[in-house]
Design a binder for this molecule. Structure first.
Ligand SMILES: NC(=O)c1ccc[n+]([C@@H]2O[C@H](COP(=O)([O-])OP(=O)(O)OC[C@H]3O[C@@H](n4cnc5c(N)ncnc54)[C@H](OP(=O)(O)O)[C@@H]3O)[C@@H](O)[C@H]2O)c1
Length: 339
Protein backbone atom coordinates (compact mmCIF):
# COMPACT_ATOMS: atom_id res chain seq x y z
CA UNK A 1 0.00 0.00 0.00
CA UNK A 2 1.21 3.48 -0.77
CA UNK A 3 1.39 6.12 1.93
CA UNK A 4 -1.57 8.20 0.77
CA UNK A 5 -3.98 5.45 -0.33
CA UNK A 6 -6.38 6.06 2.56
CA UNK A 7 -6.36 9.79 2.00
CA UNK A 8 -7.25 9.47 -1.69
CA UNK A 9 -9.88 6.79 -1.11
CA UNK A 10 -11.55 9.08 1.44
CA UNK A 11 -11.45 11.79 -1.21
CA UNK A 12 -13.30 9.37 -3.54
CA UNK A 13 -15.96 8.82 -0.83
CA UNK A 14 -16.47 12.58 -0.50
CA UNK A 15 -16.77 13.00 -4.27
CA UNK A 16 -19.13 10.01 -4.52
CA UNK A 17 -21.50 11.54 -1.94
CA UNK A 18 -22.11 14.49 -4.25
CA UNK A 19 -24.22 12.12 -6.36
CA UNK A 20 -26.52 11.18 -3.45
CA UNK A 21 -30.18 11.27 -4.43
CA UNK A 22 -29.39 11.47 -8.17
CA UNK A 23 -27.76 8.19 -9.18
CA UNK A 24 -30.05 5.41 -7.89
CA UNK A 25 -30.27 2.54 -8.71
CA UNK A 26 -26.61 3.07 -9.58
CA UNK A 27 -23.93 3.27 -6.87
CA UNK A 28 -22.27 6.38 -5.46
CA UNK A 29 -18.82 6.54 -7.01
CA UNK A 30 -15.94 9.01 -6.85
CA UNK A 31 -12.56 8.84 -8.57
CA UNK A 32 -9.15 10.50 -8.13
CA UNK A 33 -6.34 10.15 -10.68
CA UNK A 34 -2.69 10.80 -9.78
CA UNK A 35 0.12 11.28 -12.27
CA UNK A 36 3.42 9.36 -12.05
CA UNK A 37 4.81 11.89 -9.57
CA UNK A 38 1.83 11.52 -7.25
CA UNK A 39 0.13 14.83 -8.07
CA UNK A 40 -3.63 14.96 -8.60
CA UNK A 41 -4.27 15.00 -12.37
CA UNK A 42 -8.07 14.74 -12.33
CA UNK A 43 -11.09 14.07 -10.12
CA UNK A 44 -14.58 12.95 -11.03
CA UNK A 45 -17.77 11.40 -9.76
CA UNK A 46 -20.96 9.77 -11.00
CA UNK A 47 -23.34 12.71 -11.15
CA UNK A 48 -26.61 11.31 -12.39
CA UNK A 49 -28.16 8.00 -13.39
CA UNK A 50 -27.34 7.30 -17.05
CA UNK A 51 -24.43 9.76 -17.15
CA UNK A 52 -20.68 9.04 -17.15
CA UNK A 53 -19.25 6.85 -14.43
CA UNK A 54 -16.76 8.45 -12.04
CA UNK A 55 -13.66 7.03 -13.78
CA UNK A 56 -14.81 8.30 -17.19
CA UNK A 57 -15.78 11.67 -15.69
CA UNK A 58 -12.23 12.02 -14.28
CA UNK A 59 -10.23 10.54 -17.18
CA UNK A 60 -11.99 12.62 -19.82
CA UNK A 61 -10.71 15.74 -18.04
CA UNK A 62 -7.12 14.78 -18.96
CA UNK A 63 -5.87 16.58 -22.06
CA UNK A 64 -3.14 14.12 -23.03
CA UNK A 65 -1.78 11.05 -21.35
CA UNK A 66 -0.56 13.03 -18.34
CA UNK A 67 -1.63 10.22 -15.99
CA UNK A 68 0.44 7.58 -17.81
CA UNK A 69 2.14 5.40 -15.21
CA UNK A 70 -0.03 6.99 -12.49
CA UNK A 71 -2.60 5.68 -10.00
CA UNK A 72 -6.38 5.74 -10.21
CA UNK A 73 -8.46 5.59 -7.03
CA UNK A 74 -12.11 4.58 -7.21
CA UNK A 75 -14.40 3.37 -4.43
CA UNK A 76 -16.07 0.68 -6.59
CA UNK A 77 -14.60 -1.86 -9.02
CA UNK A 78 -14.53 -0.24 -12.50
CA UNK A 79 -17.11 -1.65 -14.91
CA UNK A 80 -16.15 -3.97 -17.74
CA UNK A 81 -19.47 -4.16 -19.58
CA UNK A 82 -21.49 -1.97 -21.92
CA UNK A 83 -24.37 -0.39 -19.99
CA UNK A 84 -25.58 3.14 -20.55
CA UNK A 85 -21.90 4.07 -21.06
CA UNK A 86 -18.87 2.11 -22.43
CA UNK A 87 -16.64 0.06 -20.04
CA UNK A 88 -14.49 2.19 -17.74
CA UNK A 89 -11.68 -0.41 -17.68
CA UNK A 90 -11.06 0.15 -21.42
CA UNK A 91 -10.49 3.84 -20.83
CA UNK A 92 -8.22 3.13 -17.81
CA UNK A 93 -6.12 0.78 -19.97
CA UNK A 94 -6.09 3.25 -22.86
CA UNK A 95 -4.84 6.04 -20.57
CA UNK A 96 -1.96 3.76 -19.45
CA UNK A 97 -2.70 3.90 -15.72
CA UNK A 98 -0.19 1.68 -13.84
CA UNK A 99 -2.12 1.02 -10.62
CA UNK A 100 -5.79 1.02 -9.63
CA UNK A 101 -6.84 1.21 -5.98
CA UNK A 102 -10.40 0.03 -5.36
CA UNK A 103 -12.72 0.35 -2.34
CA UNK A 104 -15.00 -2.62 -2.97
CA UNK A 105 -15.76 -5.27 -5.56
CA UNK A 106 -18.95 -4.62 -7.53
CA UNK A 107 -21.87 -6.87 -6.46
CA UNK A 108 -23.29 -6.60 -9.99
CA UNK A 109 -22.52 -10.02 -11.54
CA UNK A 110 -22.12 -8.36 -14.98
CA UNK A 111 -18.99 -6.56 -13.74
CA UNK A 112 -15.55 -8.19 -13.92
CA UNK A 113 -13.29 -5.18 -14.12
CA UNK A 114 -10.57 -6.48 -11.82
CA UNK A 115 -9.51 -9.44 -14.00
CA UNK A 116 -9.55 -7.27 -17.10
CA UNK A 117 -7.28 -4.71 -15.40
CA UNK A 118 -4.90 -7.43 -14.17
CA UNK A 119 -4.78 -9.03 -17.62
CA UNK A 120 -3.68 -5.67 -18.99
CA UNK A 121 -0.79 -5.67 -16.49
CA UNK A 122 -2.31 -3.04 -14.18
CA UNK A 123 -1.63 -3.52 -10.46
CA UNK A 124 -4.85 -3.69 -8.42
CA UNK A 125 -5.06 -3.00 -4.68
CA UNK A 126 -7.96 -2.68 -2.23
CA UNK A 127 -8.36 -0.26 0.66
CA UNK A 128 -11.12 0.76 3.14
CA UNK A 129 -13.41 -2.03 1.95
CA UNK A 130 -15.82 -1.88 4.91
CA UNK A 131 -16.20 1.90 4.58
CA UNK A 132 -16.78 1.55 0.82
CA UNK A 133 -19.53 -1.04 1.45
CA UNK A 134 -21.14 1.19 4.06
CA UNK A 135 -21.21 4.09 1.59
CA UNK A 136 -22.98 1.96 -1.00
CA UNK A 137 -25.24 0.00 1.33
CA UNK A 138 -28.37 1.06 -0.58
CA UNK A 139 -26.88 -0.08 -3.90
CA UNK A 140 -25.73 -3.42 -2.44
CA UNK A 141 -29.23 -4.14 -1.09
CA UNK A 142 -31.14 -3.20 -4.25
CA UNK A 143 -28.71 -4.99 -6.56
CA UNK A 144 -28.53 -8.23 -4.57
CA UNK A 145 -32.11 -8.47 -3.22
CA UNK A 146 -34.19 -6.61 -5.84
CA UNK A 147 -35.92 -4.85 -2.95
CA UNK A 148 -35.81 -1.18 -1.96
CA UNK A 149 -33.60 -0.06 0.94
CA UNK A 150 -35.85 0.51 3.95
CA UNK A 151 -35.29 3.05 6.73
CA UNK A 152 -37.77 3.22 9.57
CA UNK A 153 -38.14 6.54 11.35
CA UNK A 154 -39.65 6.79 14.77
CA UNK A 155 -39.94 9.58 17.33
CA UNK A 156 -40.14 8.41 20.93
CA UNK A 157 -39.96 9.31 24.55
CA UNK A 158 -36.99 7.99 26.51
CA UNK A 159 -39.07 4.94 27.42
CA UNK A 160 -39.70 4.15 23.73
CA UNK A 161 -43.31 5.41 23.53
CA UNK A 162 -44.83 7.00 20.43
CA UNK A 163 -48.25 7.86 21.86
CA UNK A 164 -50.14 7.70 25.13
CA UNK A 165 -52.87 5.09 25.74
CA UNK A 166 -55.44 7.63 24.44
CA UNK A 167 -53.49 7.96 21.15
CA UNK A 168 -52.17 11.43 22.01
CA UNK A 169 -48.91 11.82 20.09
CA UNK A 170 -48.45 15.50 19.20
CA UNK A 171 -45.71 16.40 19.69
CA UNK A 172 -43.06 14.15 21.12
CA UNK A 173 -40.03 15.82 19.57
CA UNK A 174 -39.47 19.54 19.02
CA UNK A 175 -39.47 21.71 15.91
CA UNK A 176 -35.79 21.12 15.03
CA UNK A 177 -36.21 17.33 14.84
CA UNK A 178 -39.44 17.65 12.88
CA UNK A 179 -37.78 20.01 10.39
CA UNK A 180 -35.03 17.45 9.86
CA UNK A 181 -37.65 14.79 9.09
CA UNK A 182 -39.03 16.99 6.27
CA UNK A 183 -35.50 17.15 4.83
CA UNK A 184 -34.87 13.42 5.30
CA UNK A 185 -37.96 12.49 3.31
CA UNK A 186 -36.36 14.04 0.23
CA UNK A 187 -33.56 11.45 0.38
CA UNK A 188 -36.00 8.63 -0.40
CA UNK A 189 -38.02 7.57 -3.44
CA UNK A 190 -41.06 6.72 -1.33
CA UNK A 191 -42.62 7.35 2.09
CA UNK A 192 -44.52 4.36 3.45
CA UNK A 193 -47.19 4.51 6.14
CA UNK A 194 -50.24 2.64 7.39
CA UNK A 195 -53.98 3.13 7.33
CA UNK A 196 -53.95 3.31 11.15
CA UNK A 197 -51.47 6.18 11.18
CA UNK A 198 -53.41 8.05 8.48
CA UNK A 199 -56.69 7.58 10.39
CA UNK A 200 -55.15 8.51 13.76
CA UNK A 201 -53.04 11.53 12.78
CA UNK A 202 -54.14 12.61 9.29
CA UNK A 203 -50.50 13.53 8.47
CA UNK A 204 -49.66 15.35 5.23
CA UNK A 205 -46.21 13.70 4.96
CA UNK A 206 -45.15 16.33 2.49
CA UNK A 207 -42.83 15.25 -0.31
CA UNK A 208 -41.87 16.54 -3.75
CA UNK A 209 -44.34 15.88 -6.55
CA UNK A 210 -42.02 13.18 -7.98
CA UNK A 211 -41.90 11.16 -4.80
CA UNK A 212 -44.18 8.26 -3.99
CA UNK A 213 -46.29 7.73 -0.92
CA UNK A 214 -47.33 4.17 -0.19
CA UNK A 215 -50.24 3.55 2.16
CA UNK A 216 -50.82 0.03 3.50
CA UNK A 217 -54.58 -0.11 3.58
CA UNK A 218 -55.84 -3.66 3.25
CA UNK A 219 -59.54 -2.79 3.48
CA UNK A 220 -59.36 0.65 1.82
CA UNK A 221 -60.33 2.49 4.99
CA UNK A 222 -58.67 5.76 3.90
CA UNK A 223 -59.83 8.02 1.08
CA UNK A 224 -58.85 11.17 -0.79
CA UNK A 225 -60.13 13.48 1.94
CA UNK A 226 -57.05 12.66 4.06
CA UNK A 227 -54.18 15.14 3.81
CA UNK A 228 -51.63 12.53 2.70
CA UNK A 229 -53.44 12.28 -0.66
CA UNK A 230 -53.07 15.99 -1.42
CA UNK A 231 -49.70 15.71 -3.21
CA UNK A 232 -47.08 13.21 -4.43
CA UNK A 233 -47.61 9.98 -6.35
CA UNK A 234 -49.83 7.62 -4.37
CA UNK A 235 -49.59 3.82 -4.25
CA UNK A 236 -52.20 2.08 -2.13
CA UNK A 237 -51.46 -1.52 -1.18
CA UNK A 238 -54.76 -3.23 -0.47
CA UNK A 239 -56.14 -6.76 -0.61
CA UNK A 240 -57.14 -6.00 -4.20
CA UNK A 241 -53.56 -5.75 -5.49
CA UNK A 242 -51.45 -7.51 -2.81
CA UNK A 243 -51.34 -11.13 -1.61
CA UNK A 244 -52.23 -11.74 2.03
CA UNK A 245 -50.11 -13.55 4.61
CA UNK A 246 -51.85 -14.64 7.83
CA UNK A 247 -54.78 -12.35 6.93
CA UNK A 248 -52.56 -9.27 6.53
CA UNK A 249 -50.92 -7.65 3.53
CA UNK A 250 -47.74 -9.53 2.63
CA UNK A 251 -45.17 -6.86 3.40
CA UNK A 252 -42.38 -8.30 1.26
CA UNK A 253 -44.75 -8.40 -1.74
CA UNK A 254 -45.54 -4.73 -1.19
CA UNK A 255 -41.82 -3.90 -1.25
CA UNK A 256 -41.31 -5.99 -4.41
CA UNK A 257 -44.12 -4.06 -6.09
CA UNK A 258 -42.49 -0.79 -5.07
CA UNK A 259 -39.20 -1.98 -6.57
CA UNK A 260 -41.02 -2.65 -9.85
CA UNK A 261 -42.14 0.97 -9.79
CA UNK A 262 -38.41 1.92 -9.69
CA UNK A 263 -38.62 2.78 -6.01
CA UNK A 264 -35.19 1.99 -4.60
CA UNK A 265 -35.45 3.57 -1.15
CA UNK A 266 -38.33 3.72 1.30
CA UNK A 267 -38.76 5.87 4.42
CA UNK A 268 -41.27 4.28 6.78
CA UNK A 269 -43.30 6.45 9.17
CA UNK A 270 -45.77 4.35 11.11
CA UNK A 271 -46.81 3.14 14.53
CA UNK A 272 -45.48 0.23 16.55
CA UNK A 273 -47.63 -2.54 15.06
CA UNK A 274 -46.37 -2.18 11.51
CA UNK A 275 -42.84 -1.27 12.68
CA UNK A 276 -42.76 -4.45 14.78
CA UNK A 277 -44.00 -6.58 11.88
CA UNK A 278 -41.45 -5.14 9.45
CA UNK A 279 -38.66 -5.66 11.98
CA UNK A 280 -39.70 -9.24 12.73
CA UNK A 281 -39.77 -10.09 9.02
CA UNK A 282 -36.26 -8.67 8.52
CA UNK A 283 -37.50 -5.97 6.13
CA UNK A 284 -35.90 -2.97 7.83
CA UNK A 285 -32.32 -2.00 6.94
CA UNK A 286 -31.92 0.97 9.28
CA UNK A 287 -33.70 2.72 12.11
CA UNK A 288 -33.63 6.49 12.63
CA UNK A 289 -34.86 7.07 16.17
CA UNK A 290 -35.51 10.56 17.45
CA UNK A 291 -35.64 10.59 21.24
CA UNK A 292 -37.13 13.41 23.29
CA UNK A 293 -36.00 13.98 26.90
CA UNK A 294 -39.38 12.84 28.23
CA UNK A 295 -40.62 9.71 30.00
CA UNK A 296 -44.27 8.80 29.50
CA UNK A 297 -44.26 6.17 32.29
CA UNK A 298 -47.44 4.49 31.04
CA UNK A 299 -47.54 0.75 30.51
CA UNK A 300 -50.49 1.15 28.11
CA UNK A 301 -48.80 3.80 26.02
CA UNK A 302 -47.94 2.74 22.44
CA UNK A 303 -44.40 1.43 21.95
CA UNK A 304 -42.33 2.20 18.86
CA UNK A 305 -41.98 -1.54 18.16
CA UNK A 306 -44.83 -3.63 19.47
CA UNK A 307 -44.79 -7.16 18.21
CA UNK A 308 -45.53 -10.38 20.08
CA UNK A 309 -43.77 -11.31 23.29
CA UNK A 310 -40.04 -12.01 23.16
CA UNK A 311 -38.87 -14.29 25.98
CA UNK A 312 -35.13 -13.77 26.05
CA UNK A 313 -33.07 -10.62 25.78
CA UNK A 314 -30.73 -12.68 23.57
CA UNK A 315 -33.57 -12.76 21.02
CA UNK A 316 -33.60 -8.95 20.74
CA UNK A 317 -32.86 -7.65 17.26
CA UNK A 318 -29.21 -6.52 17.09
CA UNK A 319 -28.37 -3.17 15.49
CA UNK A 320 -25.22 -1.09 15.16
CA UNK A 321 -25.22 2.64 15.89
CA UNK A 322 -23.39 4.63 13.26
CA UNK A 323 -24.51 8.17 14.03
CA UNK A 324 -25.58 9.93 17.20
CA UNK A 325 -26.58 13.55 16.89
CA UNK A 326 -28.00 16.17 19.26
CA UNK A 327 -30.80 18.26 17.74
CA UNK A 328 -31.61 21.05 20.14
CA UNK A 329 -33.14 19.25 23.13
CA UNK A 330 -33.66 15.98 21.26
CA UNK A 331 -31.32 13.25 20.06
CA UNK A 332 -31.19 11.33 16.78
CA UNK A 333 -29.81 7.80 16.72
CA UNK A 334 -29.10 6.13 13.40
CA UNK A 335 -28.55 2.38 13.51
CA UNK A 336 -28.06 -0.39 10.97
CA UNK A 337 -29.98 -3.63 11.44
CA UNK A 338 -27.60 -6.55 11.59
CA UNK A 339 -29.05 -9.41 9.56
N1 LIG B 1 -43.95 8.85 16.87
C1 LIG B 1 -43.87 8.39 15.64
O1 LIG B 1 -42.80 8.38 15.04
C2 LIG B 1 -45.13 7.92 14.98
C3 LIG B 1 -45.14 7.76 13.58
C4 LIG B 1 -46.31 7.30 13.01
C5 LIG B 1 -47.42 6.97 13.81
N2 LIG B 1 -47.35 7.15 15.14
C6 LIG B 1 -48.49 6.83 15.99
O2 LIG B 1 -48.74 5.44 15.85
C7 LIG B 1 -50.11 5.22 16.17
C8 LIG B 1 -50.61 4.13 15.23
O3 LIG B 1 -49.93 2.94 15.57
P1 LIG B 1 -50.55 1.53 15.29
O4 LIG B 1 -49.68 0.52 15.90
O5 LIG B 1 -52.00 1.56 15.62
O6 LIG B 1 -50.53 1.46 13.71
P2 LIG B 1 -49.38 1.25 12.65
O7 LIG B 1 -48.32 0.41 13.21
O8 LIG B 1 -49.02 2.56 12.04
O9 LIG B 1 -50.18 0.47 11.53
C9 LIG B 1 -50.92 -0.69 11.78
C10 LIG B 1 -51.55 -1.08 10.46
O10 LIG B 1 -50.54 -1.54 9.57
C11 LIG B 1 -50.97 -2.69 8.90
N3 LIG B 1 -50.23 -3.81 9.49
C12 LIG B 1 -49.91 -4.01 10.75
N4 LIG B 1 -49.25 -5.17 10.93
C13 LIG B 1 -49.12 -5.69 9.72
C14 LIG B 1 -48.53 -6.89 9.25
N5 LIG B 1 -47.96 -7.78 10.04
N6 LIG B 1 -48.58 -7.15 7.96
C15 LIG B 1 -49.16 -6.26 7.16
N7 LIG B 1 -49.76 -5.11 7.55
C16 LIG B 1 -49.73 -4.84 8.82
C17 LIG B 1 -52.44 -2.82 9.20
O11 LIG B 1 -53.15 -1.97 8.29
P3 LIG B 1 -54.22 -2.56 7.23
O12 LIG B 1 -54.90 -3.68 7.88
O13 LIG B 1 -55.08 -1.43 6.87
O14 LIG B 1 -53.39 -3.01 6.06
C18 LIG B 1 -52.54 -2.21 10.58
O15 LIG B 1 -53.79 -1.72 10.88
C19 LIG B 1 -50.82 6.53 15.99
O16 LIG B 1 -51.31 6.92 17.24
C20 LIG B 1 -49.76 7.49 15.56
O17 LIG B 1 -49.86 8.72 16.19
C21 LIG B 1 -46.23 7.62 15.73
Amino acid sequence: MAENDEKYMKMCFALAKKGAGKVAPNPLVGCVVLDKKGNIAAKGYHKKYGQNHAERDALLKLKNNEAEGGTLYVNLEPCSHYGKTPPCVDLIIERKIARVVIGMKDVNPAVDGISKLKKAGIKVDFILEKEAEFLNRRFIKTMTRKLPYVVLKTATTMDGKIASHTGSSKWITREEARKLVYKMRKEFDCILTSSNTVLADNPAMETTSNQWKCILDKDLRTDKTFRIYSQGKIYIASKENTPLKNGKLDLESVLRELYKLEIYSVFVECGGTLAGALLKQGLIDEVYQFIAPKILNDNSGLSCFSNDKTDEISQAKPLRFYEIRKLGEDVLLKALCIK
